[in-house]
Ligand binder design. Structure first.
Ligand code: URP
Ligand code: ZN
Ligand code: ZN
Length: 463
């Protein structure tokens, strides 16, 4: 035994119980009442604390070339911030180059990430090109340990409806999971052109060029195609009520449709775009109105939102300022990697959801959906000792100067949280304690995922 965490309240997706947690060789070796420490083991008293699995952030963009620049957190800064917010695994998006095989995309990003990452990491591939034999390279990518792919219905590199459908067909055959960024590109382009011609250039017009139905209609189409194949589909960064309703309907019919939302959609509303610094919240899909926010919360509590992830894609203030007089020049994306778990746990601490639900959507379901549950996502014997100690009595106000990434501002500035993580262990190593990062560059490992066969239209196991 290397480490013994004593007297804490262990929280899993299903239960909360008092137990000691013994760690050996980076794994959870034993769980039980009054475990005796082995000679030489480090003993940590967690009385009054919750003992939680580290969060798994299913959606990050670290050092990603996008919007005319590169996102502000590289793999070191991003994973450092993750560790300090209780996140012990990140799924980063490796964007395919045109003509590139999918597994080569992963290897190219892995080479950049491996020497930098301080916590464990996995990848999804952002698909741009399936010409010729590239569609078949999904298969070799799955074999390499990356069975999840994202298609974009928007942006200049987004795929056509036909390509999206072919990717879905292939995924069904090989047990891969397709994630989709759903917005109607034609509508967005039409609105953007109109607003610019009318001189309507503030951040508010970012929202108005991508309002609720522009996302909701695309969600409905994506679901219709997945349903026609009975292929699983994962809708990333769901932000609107119409889409939420469509997901719920499909799930009630028994289809394996999974939705992810993000803390920014659960906390803010589109009113932020009317602020003087509204450009800082510009992301796509944009944050929607209060009705959509309410629908997302209801969906999360019902089990129709499967995961909460960050879509962490920060840009420096000077880059956000490119769009002071033209919302189309604002790089899309916000920071959140250090704030997701603390925010959701704070909402649990305030009674809005249970701690079990918080663990489920931030860790356990992510591991289940992306094929990691044999390794991560719960406080369970045999799994990696990715553990967070959470103090429900510690209050915390988010300030960028207290964050551990490289960005120079945060949309979460001033948000008050009830309770906060006080320690994070990555495979049994202490990487964060009481506001200080203690981990090591390059210590993170590439986690290979297994394809998950979702049992027909039975989605009850991920509720
Ligand atoms: O605005 C966003 N979401 N930026 C990151 C790229 C994406 O669409 O996920
Ligand atoms: Zn997206
Ligand atoms: Zn994203």
């Amino acid at each position: 035994m290397d480490l013994l965490i004593k007297n804490g309240n262990v929280v899993t997706a299903d239960a909360t119980f008092k137990a000691d947690v013994a760690v050996k060789g980076g794994k959870i070796a034993q769980l039980g009442a009054r475990i005796e420490p082995a000679p030489g083991a480090k003993v940590v008293d967690a009385a009054g604390k919750l003992v939680l699995p580290g969060a798994i952030d299913a959606h990050t963009h670290l050092a990603m070339p996008f919007g005319g620049t590169i996102s502000a957190d590289d793999y070191e800064a991003g994973t450092r911030a993750a560790a300090c917010g209780g996140t012990t695994t990140v799924f980063d998006f490796a964007l395919q180059e045109f003509g590139e095989r999918m597994e080569d995309t992963v290897k190219r990003r892995e080479a950049i990430c491996a020497p930098q990452a301080v916590v464990d990491y996995a990848f999804h591939v952002g698909v741009k090109d399936v010409e010729g034999e590239l569609l078949g390279s999904l298969d070799s990518c799955v074999k390499y340990g990356v069975p999840s792919f994202k298609v974009f219905m928007v942006y200049d590199f987004g795929v056509t409806d036909g390509v999206f459908y072919q990717v879905l067909e292939r995924s069904k055959r090989i047990g891969a999971l397709i994630a989709v960024h759903a917005e109607n590109n034609e509508m967005v382009n039409m609105f953007v052109k109109r607003f610019l011609a009318e001189g309507k250039t503030s951040a508010w017009y970012h929202y108005l060029s991508r309002p609720e139905f522009v996302e909701g209609e695309a969600d409905e189409r994506a679901i219709a195609w997945a349903k026609s194949l009975n292929a699983p589909l994962y809708i990333v960064h769901l932000a609107n009520k119409q889409g939420m309703d469509a997901v719920t309907r499909a799930r009630n019919e028994g289809y394996p449709i999974f939705a992810e939302t993000c803390p920014q959609y659960l906390y803010f509303t589109n009113e932020v775009y009317k602020r003087e610094n509204g450009r800082n919240w510009v992301c796509s899909p944009p944050i929607k109105g209060a009705e959509s926010r309410g629908a997302l919360w209801a969906g999360l509590l019902r089990g129709d939102i499967a995961t909460v992830a960050t879509d962490h894609c920060p840009f420096m203030q000077a880059e956000k300022d490119w769009g002071l007089d033209d919302f189309t020049k604002i790089p899309n994306g916000c920071a959140g990697i250090e704030n997701m778990y603390p925010y959701i746990l704070s909402e649990a601490n305030k009674g809005r959801l249970s701690f079990n639900k918080a663990v489920e959507v931030c860790a356990t379901n992510v591991a289940k959906i992306f094929g990691l549950s044999a390794q991560k996502g719960a406080i369970q014997v045999g799994l990696d000792a990715d553990i967070v100690l959470y103090d429900p009595k510690k209050n915390f106000t988010i300030e960028n100067k207290l964050m551990h990434g490289d960005n120079d501002h945060t949309v979460w500035e001033g948000v008050r949280l009830k309770g906060y993580p006080v320690a994070t262990y990555s495979r049994g190593s202490l990487v964060y304690q009481d506001g200080k990062f203690l981990g090591k560059k390059g210590a993170g490992r590439f986690v290979k995922c297994k394809p998950v066969r979702f049992a027909g239209p039975d989605v009850a196991n991920i509720r």
